[in-house]
Write a protein that binds this ligand. Structure first.
Ligand code: GLN
Length: 194
């Protein structure tokens, strides 16, 4: 199983390390030609969504990645990655990758308050999932019946799935708990073979 990790900015190395621990092959996506190799799933890491979005546009990665995901390629977005996958951000249509029917609040808790730690149940993953939040967004509204809430913290949606798309507002790659990544790899292995 081969996972391509967007590696323009942010916490991409931690995802690679965790996925390799689970036996997946990984490679970094830094330019358009990196998308020419066979790939079974994508990761969009946390970091700064505005910076990643500018680079995705400048490097001609935005449209091809959007098309891959629309065509069914499994994707896992964390934090800024969740923002980039949202169709709406802060109440407005968003020109990111924008493949997932969710409406997201950026920096939802205020700049400082958005960093905290929680443990909660995540459907399909288990109990007491460690959840570090760093200037975190949250999902305000699911925009389609295809979207499913997987976890909430203090009444806010912090993990969701729509088909082969998985997002978390927190950073499982910054913990020692591999269950969320294992859950994503299960989505990848059960996706239709292309
Ligand atoms: N608030 C950041 C953004 O808007 C996301 C923070 C993160 O990825 N840890 O991109």
């Amino acid at each position: 199983m081969k996972i391509g990790i967007l590696a323009l900015q942010g916490a991409f190395a931690e995802h690679a390390q965790m996925l390799r621990t689970l036996g997946a092959d990984t490679f970094e996506i830094r330019q358009n030609s990196d998308l020419n190799q066979p790939v079974d799933g994508l990761v969009i890491p946390g970091g700064e969504s505005t910076v990643q979005l500018k680079l995705l546009n400048d490097l001609d990665l935005l449209v091809p990645m959007r098309r891959m995901i629309t065509d069914g390629m499994p994707v896992f977005g964390t934090c800024a990655g969740l923002i980039l996958l949202s169709k709406k951000v802060d109440g407005q249509a968003y020109g990111g990758i924008s493949t997932m029917n969710i409406q997201t609040c950026r920096n939802a808790y205020g700049r400082q308050l958005g960093s905290f730690y929680a443990e909660s149940v995540m459907e399909g993953v288990g109990e007491k999932v460690p959840m570090p939040f760093i200037r975190a967004p949250y999902i305000q509204t699911l925009l389609s019946d295809e979207c499913q809430t997987l976890a909430t913290v203090e009444g806010r949606i912090v993990a969701a799935r729509e088909g082969n798309q998985l997002v978390t507002a927190f950073h499982p790659e910054l913990t020692n708990d591999t269950r969320v990544h294992r859950f994503f790899l299960n989505i990848v292995s059960s996706a239709d073979s292309r």
